[in-house]
Design a protein. Sequence first.
Length: 276
Amino acid sequence: MKNILVLIAVLCSFTFAQYNEGNTVVTWVKYKWEPMTEVEGGSWQEREDITKEYHTKRNAASKILKGKMLLTHYWTGSVLDVHLLSEFKDMNDATMHSSMSAEIDRVAWSDEEERRTTLTTFGKYNQSYHEDLHILENHTQLEKVLSGGYPKNTFVSVNVRYWKPLNMVENGSADERYRLMKKFQKEVIGKNPKILSQKVLTHLWSGKLEGGYYPLVYVSEYVSMEDVDSAGMDNGALAEKAMTESERKRLNEYWMPATVMHEDWGLFRGFTPANK
């Protein structure tokens, strides 16, 4: 009976778990640089330049790629790791895009010789390595998109927090939870200048759901480590102005305490010239 009740709690939370119209799909893939010592005639500047050219031209050539974020090592993983978060309208577009690489290259570099030279140069800096990490749903109504220009490099934190099962929240509902969250994202995150951008991603076709607790992946972008460290304190002050005490208390009732369930997936450097 206990297992049946847990299953019901999970299913009742799926207003947030299933793909919702108007949201987008984000695929998360990891690649690896070649060690610079293994690249004949290589240089840091050439690697940066060819990475920018490769991604910006392919970004423009793909009509179904809605967005991209390129992340590299800072305090997480190997110094050789490269993470690509790519955004699509839906899974159909994500699947189609994965089979269009050669076509995208031809559009990006119409001259065959230029294309060959560019891809060869890009290839010498990248290992023959590909790892699919996640397929997630991006909640566009909760997203903060930067207005204005990015610096060349940003700091990107990836954290996971968990909603309680709705049956653990007295008189809780998915509608109320989402309404309060939208207000927080708009009035707090949206007005915090230290947070350049933020995506709120949830389970779609990867990872696990367990015990009715539901993970939300926050991908947050900042100018500096000082902003990474202090933005949370600013959120508290903004929330006090934007939300009533009862709203703040009610929203907190939907969360598992961070001291109980919280994960840090990493702290990365964002290379914004490659983004879309």
